[in-house]
Write a protein that binds this ligand. Structure first.
Ligand SMILES: [Zn+2]
Length: 292
């Protein structure tokens, strides 16, 4: 297979065989400021922010490859961020970033965690995931709840490597299954109704079983509005209404598309390496190492 990643190198304005590590400008959205750093230093900050450093090393490596792939895709597509930045730490438009843990700190636990993140990023240095010779959209979520979701079901656009897959490894997550008891009045308010008489009907579900739309007392509502309105962790939901309250059971945390982080940790604990983990959640991908 011929891998053409010229665009990656073009973005950084270097020759294909360049050995210079890319230097990026990161927009810190809360401070409204820009910081510059080497790409791998940035990846360490993303892994720090996006996954508990106590996770298995192979899960941290998988997260590092996801973070790098996600960033490189954004760079190639030349997303515009404030003040001419290459990337942003605003999770609504990019990935979270935290300053890397301090090795020098007088705290042996923090030193240990810093070492793990360092190892995960450095041992996968330059490695990204490709599909059809292009960096993939490396989406990830905390906990899928037993089955990931296809991109098509969430955003209406099918992406061949982002299909629903069964996940047997995230049951240790505190978000795997949750139960929420909510007053019927609160649910009714979502559609402008009063009182606690509640009639819920599921109108549509995604192929993985997540809620797409429902009706509350005859008013149609999409799953996203319900999830945000009731502050639920995911749209994998079932309802058990009674006279004054409704028990809502949820599975997972987040959109469910792509890598399941707790699933990745579970797989790593079963002895799977980061390539095996990534190939499970992203179908038909190849790995490619940028040569800086
Ligand atoms: Zn999972």
């Amino acid at each position: 297979m011929v891998i053409s990643v010229t665009a990656i190198y073009q973005y950084f304005q270097v020759e294909k065989e360049a050995t210079l590590e890319p230097y990026i400008k990161l927009y810190l959205h809360e401070q409204g400021a820009i910081v510059g750093m080497d790409l791998e230093q940035y990846i360490k900050g993303v892994v720090t922010a996006e996954m508990p450093a106590s996770f298995d090393i192979e899960a941290l490596k998988a997260q590092a490859v996801c973070a790098r792939t996600y960033a490189v895709k954004k760079l190639i597509e030349e997303h515009s961020y404030p003040q001419g930045a290459d990337l942003s730490d605003d999770i609504n438009v990019c990935q979270a970033y935290a300053p890397v843990l301090n090795f020098a700190k007088d705290d042996s636990n923090e030193r240990e965690l810093a070492k793990r993140i360092d190892e995960a990023v450095e041992s996968t240095r330059g490695e990204i995931m490709l599909f059809d010779s292009k960096p993939i959209d490396a989406l990830y979520c905390s906990t899928c709840g037993g089955k990931t979701e296809s991109a098509g079901a969430v955003w209406g656009k099918d992406i061949s490597y982002l299909h629903a897959v069964k996940c047997d490894d995230c049951s240790k997550s505190s978000h795997y299954q949750n139960s929420h008891t909510i007053n019927n009045e609160v649910i009714n308010k979502l559609v402008g109704d009063k009182g606690d008489t509640l009639n819920i009907k599921i109108l549509a579900q995604t192929p993985s079983g997540r809620l797409k739309s429902l009706s509350i007392n005859g008013h149609q509502l999409d799953a996203d509005t319900l999830r945000k309105g009731l502050n639920l962790p995911s749209s994998w939901i079932d309802f058990h209404p009674s006279v004054h309250t409704t028990v809502i059971n949820t599975r997972g945390y987040g959109h469910g598309v792509g890598l399941c982080q707790y699933g990745a940790n579970g797989m790593a604990q079963r002895g799977k390496n980061y390539h095996q983990i990534l190939k499970k959640y992203y179908l038909g991908i190849d790995f490619y190492k940028l040569s800086y």
